[in-house]
Each structure stands twice: as structure tokens, then as C-alpha cells.
Design a protein around this ligand. Structure first.
Ligand SMILES: *[C@@H]1O[C@H](CO)[C@@H](O)[C@H](O)[C@H]1NC(C)=O
Ligand SMILES: *[C@@H]1O[C@H](CO)[C@@H](O)[C@H](O)[C@H]1NC(C)=O
Ligand SMILES: *[C@@H]1O[C@H](CO)[C@@H](O)[C@H](O)[C@H]1NC(C)=O
Ligand SMILES: *[C@@H]1O[C@H](CO)[C@@H](O)[C@H](O)[C@H]1NC(C)=O
Ligand SMILES: *[C@@H]1O[C@H](CO)[C@@H](O)[C@H](O)[C@H]1NC(C)=O
Ligand SMILES: *[C@@H]1O[C@H](CO)[C@@H](O)[C@H](O)[C@H]1NC(C)=O
Ligand SMILES: *[C@@H]1O[C@H](CO)[C@@H](O)[C@H](O)[C@H]1NC(C)=O
Length: 749
């Protein structure tokens, strides 16, 4: 029985990927990070010697005043050597130069830098404030634009990370630690970072990174998000932004003092700041691409849906997640109920206003810990459940995302999106202790498989709704390996798919479908590259978040010892992403003359001959540089019903170092299952199947069944299904644990 309880505890308090953590944070929690200069990828960072005359701040001040009289225009040219000093609309900031000096072997360097060494310099302005500190009375409020400042701000250190707990699911293990905040954790965290090529570009396209972490963790400062390689390689400007998390970023009491979506409005304000100021850094405010992963990807999709953000960017990249994922959004009622309970658990009661005032005084760490404790004492099963979420607040988000999409109320722009091969396993690391054995893959006989499915979907589509037996049976039916239900490996893989499809892949595919049906340019990828430098064991596969390392060019860092073919893939991904940012098309411009900086190449073979040239006109193909320069494969548009007689609908590419291939209809039957079959099943159970039609009418969904197949998500049900099917806990415990001796025996957890 003790084991049983222990299991329940672990399971109930399931943690989801670097998103929240129920364990007691370590004491090192808010200690200072040793070296903020120790940025990404072992790049040797050197303080510039002659870039700035630091000794004469008066000179800078005079210069600043001079420029601030011309705020509406881009900066006057700054004096020579002062290119790190930028006059923003809020005041002057001084940046810092970074040198990526290892990308060519030393011996080859002098000959092989076509534009001289400076080509591999990247300028950074780190920790630029874009909002007033959201502390004291501003806690829980919408962000307030930063006040202008008079003195020069040194934007040379990475900013604080927004308040969050450290993930201690496996302490000291890099596979977990790389996601943990690496700068001071503080509520004072509304900053952004800008990284530009050197010399200063004229009108560069800009990419803005929004981190993930389940709206409860994450920070722009992680080493895996260091954009220096992207900037050097693609000569684009990259900006990364901080936004508030958990209770600070998402408390919603339908009240101006806690209006909800604060974290998204932080992002929105940061995007406005970028709109107004990126020109002073050589950026083009008419060429902004937002990109993000997981909750960051959900954020990107929400900016596509929010009228407040639609004029702040031009292209969107979504990696593994969109707003129609079951875990991504709460409605008004569920939010009010949940957050009232949470505030009560913080010792705050009374009117909304009184509760909020009281919560403002609660110590930040206690506020998060108690909130999680309250929530996970209720949401006792399943994965991908987060205490605080974006909400339909009728301000930033006017309606349920699925309704906005079905009604065509979204930003019409090109999108690039996709997901990874084994998205589900990340979630299980937090839900199932067996997944934390870094050497041995857990056993999955059919009985265990069934039990895991039953528990994973106890709450469906989302807490607090619970599943009926018919729902659970349907899921089990769809994901059973009927060729041989005792195939242990297959059961393991199918469980991963059951979670990955539902939580990440199908919401991304459905989102793509709706964009494609509206004749938007859509480019879809399926990332299947198992990194040779992966921290997690092979059997966990290509996990949620794995593509980030390649999107940020980590394999091009020679010290990381990636394989040559991985370097080629990383380069191709950089090319696709940056082409998309520049030309709204991952394949590049229609006119090849528009290609920009094709000569920017990295070679990283320390043994390559110094004679090798990197000039792209050179026919010498012995050089690794040239190998790295392989042309990108054509990435076809994701389209629907081009030719009704052709089954090859919805083209996508697989991103893999062995081969980049075109595929069609990725997981179509599984997404139809989650998006259409199950909702219909619930409807059929709840009322009668006929009701479907009136539901479609009510939601403004077009009448065809196929349309529901393509667009439907479970979110519809939130509005139509007031019949909840409740299974009481005892019943579940019986089914899930007691009746299965196999699990009990194995339960050393
Ligand atoms: C981080 O926090 C420590 C302790 O509060 C403080 O001494 C240090 O100055 C902070 N570092 C930064 C960069 O703000
Ligand atoms: C970084 O570069 C500086 C200046 O070139 C050099 O003195 C230093 O040894 C380098 N550090 C490393 C770790 O390569
Ligand atoms: C910095 O610039 C000022 C004004 O141009 C000049 O007088 C001073 O000598 C310079 N200092 C150094 C260290 O170069
Ligand atoms: C900014 O950095 C410069 C050079 O290190 C230093 O002289 C100056 O005092 C700093 N200013 C502030 C406000 O910290
Ligand atoms: C992993 O599982 C194997 C086999 O059950 C066991 O011997 C080993 O101790 C486990 N390792 C850890 C870290 O739990
Ligand atoms: C890469 O390989 C070198 C030489 O074998 C080794 O010294 C270094 O530790 C490796 N780096 C990593 C990150 O594994
Ligand atoms: C490239 O190398 C291969 C084999 O090393 C050779 O067959 C081919 O002709 C070379 N191509 C060029 C353009 O030099």
C-alpha cells in the first residue's frame, strides 16, 4: 500500500516538461548564475577593445540629446566606433560585441573569411527594458510601457528570468538542466534581447523568439536559445523576449487588477517595442517573423488570432503546439473556478478585488508553490496540465481559438509549422518514473498499456472534464497494435503517439489545415532527426523540443561534435527558417538574384586543408565547407484538395539528416480520430448524433462532415457539452492500479 500511495503521489503530481515542478526547489534556486558571459555553444566572447570610447559619458549624453530630437527618424549616423550605442525611442542603450572566432580552422581563417574577420562578429543588446517592472501594485496587471530614461543603459548582460521554479525531476542531468532558468529569477523580468549581424545591416528581416515551458517556465536566456549562430550564419536580426509566467502571467479574475493573459500582453508590448525601434538596429519593421516552440508556439498562434497583435508581425513559425491544443487555453468559467480555488489556497478570500489585493502580498515563490499544490491535488491524472493558462478574456482573445479559426477571424499570413516524431515521451518523463531510468526502456505488455491509456485520458479533453468508458475504449481501440497486442516495443511507441498526437501534433496539423483551407501559404515539417548528441536515451526517440538545437544551429558549433550530416541538416534548417523570414517562403525568393549573402559559410573541420576556399564559385569540392553548402531540397506548400483524385494531399517535408523527403497527409487518420470521431462520440453519447448539425450551426462551422474532420477539435465541446461524464476516483483507482498485479509488483516507484 505504501508503494501504491507513493505511486499515486508521483503520478498525480506529474510534472510536464520543464514546465512546472512540484518538487521542492533546490536551495541554489535563486543564487546568482556564475557567468552570464558564458553564452551559447562555447563561443569565445571577447569584449571589444576599440568599439567604444567608454571614458567619456558626457560625449554620449550630448550625442543622445542630439539624436532624441529626431526620434521619429532612424538614428543619425553615430560617430565611428559607436555602433554599439543605439538611440531608441526610450533612451540610449549600449550593446556589446561578440566574436564567433572558431567557425573556421585557425590556419584557414585569414584566407577564408571573404569579408574579413568582422563577418563573424555579432552585436548584442541584452536586457533592454520594454515595460515598467511588474512588481508591487503592478503585479498581475497588464504591462505598462517603459518610461523613457535619461542615462545610457548598459544592455550588456542577459536579463533576469521571470519568476519560476526549477525543474528537479532528474537533478544534475543535462537533459533537464538545459531548460532551467540560467539567470536570476525575479518578477522584474520584462526585457528583450537584440542580436544583429555586423556590420550593421541596412534593412534586415527580423526573427523574434518566444520561448516555451507550459506558461510556467522558460526564459530567453537559455544557452539553447543563444541566437548568435543564427545571426552569423543567416545575417538576420534575432530578438528574444521575456514574458511573465504562472500566476504572474496568467491570473484571471475577470477584473482589471487580474485581467488574464498578462504574459501574452507582455509579448504583445515587446512586439510593439520592436516595431517602433528595430529600425535603429538595422532591422526592417515590415519584415518581422515570430517563432516559438511548445507554449511559445501556442503564443505565436494566439498572436495570429488576436486583433491586438495582428499588425505587429508578418510571418509566423510554430514548432509543436497551437492554441487549439487541449492544454493551451481555459475558458472563463473554468478559469474563475480554478483561480478562485487557488487564491483561497493562498489564504485570500472575499471579493475578487480583495482576493487580488491579498495575493499581491504573497511571496512570489509561495504563490507559485501553493498554486501548483492546489491544482495538482485536483488534476490528479494525465499529462500536459498546467496550473495557469491563457484565457478567453474578450480582450486579447475574443473567442475560443477554434471558433476564430473556423470563422476565418485570424491574421492572413504565411505560416511555417510542424512537430516532432516522438512528442509524447517528454510528458511521460514527468508522469511515469519508469521513463526516468536512463538506461532501460519500460516494459509495456498490453495490460500496462491499457492502464496507462486509462490514466492518461482520465480527464478528457481537459481537466475538469472527465472521460466516459466509451471514450477510453475508443482511444484504446485506436492506439492498440492489433497485429500483436503483446508487442512490447509497439505498445511503447503507440503510447507515445497517443499523447503526442493529441497534445501536440494534431492541433498543429488541424491549424495548418485551416490555414490551407483559407488559401494561405502553409509549410509543414515533421522533424525526425535523432540527435547524435542527445542527452536522453535512444529509446525516447525524437522528443518534444529536439528541433530547437538545430533551429538555433548548435550542430555548427565544432566543440559539440555533431556529425557532418547533422551539420548539413542544421544548415539547411537555418536556410529554410531564414528564407521564410526574408521571403515568406522557405525555398527562398522566386528570383535567385535576391539571394542574400550566400557566401556566408561556416566550415568547422579542424583538419581541413588551409588551401580550401569557401568561395561558393570555387569548384573545389573537397572542402567540408562545400559539403555544408548543399542546396536545400524544395519544400512544397501544404495544400488541400488541389486535385480531388489525388490522394497526395497536404504535402510536408521530413527534416532528417539522411534524407529530406516529401510526405503527405501526416497522421491524418489519427487527427481525424481526435478532431472528429471522439467529439462525435461524446455528442452521440451526450444527446444524439443528430445534434451534430445544430452544433455546427451554432458554432458557425460549415456543414460538411469533412470540414469537421479537418477543423474540428475538442474545444467545440466546451461550449456544447454540458453533460459531463463522471467517473469517480475509486472506480479509476480500481481499474488503474488495484486490478493489475503486474503494475503493483513493479511498483518500486
Ligand atoms: C542576481 O542576484 C544576486 C543576489 O540577489 C545579486 O547580487 C546580483 O546582482 C544579481 N545579478 C544580476 C545580474 O542582477
Ligand atoms: C578567447 O579569445 C581571447 C582573445 O582572442 C583569447 O585570449 C582567449 O584565450 C580565448 N579563450 C578561449 C577559451 O578560447
Ligand atoms: C575618448 O574620446 C574623447 C573625445 O573624443 C577623447 O578626448 C579621449 O582621449 C578618448 N579617450 C580614449 C581613451 O580614447
Ligand atoms: C556602463 O558601462 C561602462 C563601461 O563599462 C561604465 O563606464 C558605465 O559606468 C556603465 N554605466 C552604467 C549606468 O552602469
Ligand atoms: C534501470 O532499470 C534497471 C533494470 O530494472 C535497473 O537495474 C537500474 O537500476 C535502473 N536504473 C535506475 C537509474 O533506476
Ligand atoms: C568533442 O570531442 C573532443 C575530442 O574527442 C572532446 O575532447 C570533447 O570533450 C568533445 N566535446 C563534447 C561536447 O562532447
Ligand atoms: C567532387 O568530388 C567528386 C569525388 O571526390 C568528384 O567525382 C567530382 O568530380 C568532384 N566535383 C567537382 C565539381 O570537382
Amino acid at each position: 500500500m505504501t508503494n501504491f500511495l507513493f505511486f499515486l503521489l508521483l503520478f498525480y503530481l506529474s510534472l510536464v516538461k520543464n514546465c512546472f515542478n512540484f518538487h521542492i526547489p533546490q536551495s541554489s534556486y535563486d543564487t546568482k548564475i556564475q557567468s552570464q558571459n558564458d553564452l551559447l555553444l562555447n563561443v569565445n566572447i571577447t569584449q571589444p577593445k576599440n568599439d567604444i570610447n567608454y571614458s567619456n559619458d558626457d560625449h554620449l549624453a550630448i550625442h543622445k540629446h542630439h539624436n532624441r530630437n529626431h526620434n521619429s527618424k532612424p538614428n543619425k549616423p553615430l560617430p565611428k566606433n559607436d555602433e554599439l550605442l543605439v538611440n531608441t525611442q526610450n533612451g540610449m542603450i549600449r550593446g556589446k560585441a561578440f566574436y564567433l572566432d572558431h567557425h573556421l580552422p585557425k590556419s584557414a581563417r585569414s584566407r577564408n573569411y571573404p569579408y574579413g574577420k568582422k563577418k563573424y562578429r555579432v552585436n548584442g543588446w541584452l536586457g533592454i527594458p520594454y515595460a515598467e517592472k511588474p512588481i508591487n501594485d503592478l503585479r498581475f496587471k497588464r504591462p505598462v510601457p517603459v518610461k523613457n530614461w535619461d542615462n545610457v543603459i548598459n544592455a550588456t548582460e542577459l536579463p533576469n528570468s521571470c519568476f519560476q521554479l526549477h525543474d528537479t525531476v532528474i537533478t544534475g542531468f543535462d537533459g533537464v538542466e538545459i531548460w532551467n532558468a540560467n539567470t536570476n529569477i525575479s518578477e522584474d523580468c520584462l526585457y528583450l534581447n537584440i542580436w544583429t549581424p555586423y556590420p550593421k545591416p541596412k534593412k534586415s528581416a527580423v526573427m523574434v523568439w518566444i520561448y516555451g515551458g507550459g506558461f510556467s517556465s522558460g526564459t530567453s536566456t537559455l544557452k539553447i536559445y543563444d541566437p548568435k549562430i543564427i545571426v552569423a550564419e543567416t545575417q538576420l536580426i534575432v530578438v528574444s523576449i521575456q514574458y511573465r509566467l504562472s500566476i504572474f502571467g496568467f491570473l484571471y479574475m475577470n477584473h482589471e487588477s487580474a485581467p488574464g493573459n498578462q504574459g501574452l500582453l507582455d509579448q504583445n508590448l515587446a512586439l510593439k517595442w520592436i516595431q517602433n525601434n528595430i529600425q535603429y538596429f538595422g532591422g526592417d519593421s515590415d519584415k518581422i517573423t515570430i517563432f516559438g516552440e511548445s507554449a511559445g508556439s501556442v503564443s505565436v498562434s494566439l498572436h495570429l488570432l488576436s486583433p491586438l497583435s495582428s499588425n505587429l508581425f508578418h510571418n509566423a513559425i510554430m514548432e509543436s503546439g497551437t492554441a487549439i491544443a487541449d492544454w493551451a487555453i481555459l475558458n472563463h468559467e473554468d478559469s474563475m473556478k480554478r483561480y478562485t480555488g487557488i487564491l483561497n489556497s493562498l489564504g485570500c478570500s472575499g471579493t475578487s478585488e480583495e482576493m487580488i489585493e491579498c495575493a499581491k502580498k504573497v511571496d512570489a515563490r509561495t504563490a507559485i508553490e501553493k498554486s501548483d499544490e492546489y491544482f495538482y491535488s485536483k488534476a490528479t491524472h494525465g499529462v500536459a496540465q498546467f496550473t495557469f493558462l491563457p484565457v478567453v478574456d474578450k480582450y486579447f482573445l475574443e473567442e475560443e481559438p477554434i471558433n476564430l479559426l473556423n470563422r476565418g477571424k485570424f491574421k492572413k499570413c504565411p505560416v511555417l509549422l510542424g512537430g516532432n516524431k516522438d512528442e509524447g515521451n517528454w510528458l511521460f518523463v514527468y508522469a511515469f518514473p519508469e521513463y526516468r531510468n536512463l538506461t532501460v526502456r519500460p516494459n509495456f505488455d498490453y495490460e500496462i498499456f491499457k492502464d496507462f491509456i486509462t490514466s492518461l485520458y482520465y480527464f478528457y479533453p481537459q481537466f475538469p472534464e472527465t472521460s466516459s468508458k466509451a471514450i477510453l475504449n475508443a482511444i484504446l481501440y485506436r492506439y492498440s497494435n492489433w497485429d500483436n497486442v503483446h508487442n512490447d516495443k509497439k505498445n511503447f511507441e503507440n503510447l507515445d503517439d497517443a499523447a503526442g498526437d493529441f497534445h501536440f501534433l494534431c492541433p498543429t496539423i488541424d491549424f495548418a489545415n485551416i490555414y490551407a483551407m483559407n488559401q494561405m501559404d502553409v509549410y509543414f515539417y515533421h522533424y525526425t532527426q535523432r540527435s547524435s548528441r542527445h542527452y536522453w536515451p535512444e529509446w525516447l526517440g525524437v522528443m518534444h523540443g529536439d528541433e530547437i538545437s538545430f533551429v538555433f544551429g548548435e550542430p555548427l558549433c565544432p566543440e559539440k561534435n555533431f556529425t557532418q550530416s547533422e551539420k548539413v541538416l542544421a544548415r539547411k534548417i537555418l536556410k529554410y527558417w531564414s528564407n521564410f523570414a526574408r521571403y515568406s517562403n522557405p525555398n527562398g525568393p522566386s528570383n535567385p538574384d535576391e539571394f542574400y549573402n550566400e557566401n556566408i559559410i561556416f566550415s568547422d573541420d579542424k583538419s581541413s586543408s588551409p588551401k580550401n576556399k569557401i568561395d561558393s564559385n570555387n569548384n573545389n569540392n573537397n572542402t567540408l565547407t562545400q559539403t555544408l553548402m548543399q542546396p536545400i531540397e524544395h519544400w512544397p506548400k501544404y495544400e488541400i484538395q488541389v486535385n480531388p483524385n489525388d490522394d497526395r494531399q497536404r504535402a510536408y517535408i521530413t527534416l532528417n539528416s539522411e534524407k529530406i523527403e516529401v510526405g503527405y497527409n501526416l497522421r491524418a487518420e489519427y487527427c481525424a480520430f481526435w478532431g472528429s470521431f471522439l467529439p462525435n462520440l461524446i455528442l452521440g453519447e451526450a444527446r444524439s448524433f443528430d445534434k451534430l448539425i445544430s452544433v455546427e450551426e451554432k458554432l458557425g462551422v460549415s456543414q460538411s462532415f469533412e470540414n469537421l474532420f479537418l477543423c474540428g477539435t475538442l474545444k467545440v465541446l466546451n461550449q456544447i457539452d454540458d453533460n459531463r461524464f463522471l467517473i469517480d476516483d475509486n472506480q479509476l483507482s480500481n481499474r488503474f492500479l488495484i486490478s493489475h498485479p503486474i503494475i503493483k509488483d513493479k511498483m518500486t516507484w
